[in-house]
Design a protein around this ligand. Structure first.
Ligand SMILES: [Zn+2]
Length: 210
């Protein structure tokens, strides 16, 4: 980023890290702004009272948010643990809203799962844990690279049930492992949680509480 450009938030002198909706933001304000606007989209979606044009604007915004958050988590060298977790959460949040045009709360839970890839000539399976989950899918870290057209099955190791899933996004993290978000293709509530939103679920989406 051009160091001469200032963060769009008044009086902030931190170096800019991302461009978003035509404005530059430092890393902290980018994260806060993403959450505010994703929450705004989610609230608007809940009312179901928006025009086709607004819907298009939301899709564009969600795509930009995803692209910038992914870029930042790939390229920023000095991310701390909390910033990394928030960027991943933003990606997961944005992908849920973008694909379903509705919100599901996310839960940061480590549930043991087996990921199976059943693509011809690319079969593998690996036991790992969820990093985060929503009504529609989950975010995982694994050693195998997951590709956009892979035929995938997620097995819940404690409950013994399985469901087909597909790739939403993923990349190889600096640690060498692959971070991937999957959504279920044929299962409405795989995790069998009550997804009614409670304040405790959205702790991660409220940066000011940290
Ligand atoms: Zn700033």
């Amino acid at each position: 980023m051009d160091e001469r450009v200032q963060c769009a938030v008044a009086d902030c002198l931190k170096p800019t890290a991302a461009i978003f909706c035509g404005q530059f933001y430092c890393r902290g304000h980018f994260i806060v702004t993403c959450y505010e606007r994703l929450d705004f989209c989610a609230d608007l979606l809940r009312t179901r009272n928006f025009s086709q044009q607004t819907s298009e604007e939301m899709r564009k915004f969600i795509a930009e948010c995803t692209q910038q958050a992914a870029k930042l988590s790939e390229t920023a060298k000095d991310l701390n643990h909390i910033e990394r977790a928030r960027l991943l959460d933003i990606l997961f949040y944005a992908s849920d809203i973008g694909r379903h045009m509705r919100r599901s709360p996310r839960k940061s839970l480590a549930i043991p799962v087996r990921l199976q890839c059943e693509s011809p000539a690319r079969e593998w399976q690996e036991d790992t844990c969820t990093r985060s989950l929503s009504r529609y899918g989950g975010m995982f870290e694994c050693q195998h690279e997951v590709k956009p057209d892979d035929v995938l099955v997620v097995k819940h190791l404690d409950a013994g049930r399985s469901a087909p899933a597909r790739f939403v996004w993923g990349w190889r993290a600096r640690s060498g492992s692959f971070v991937v978000a999957l959504e279920f293709t044929d299962c409405d509530n795989f995790w069998e949680f009550d997804w009614t939103e409670s304040p405790a679920d959205s702790v991660l989406s409220q940066p000011s509480s940290a």
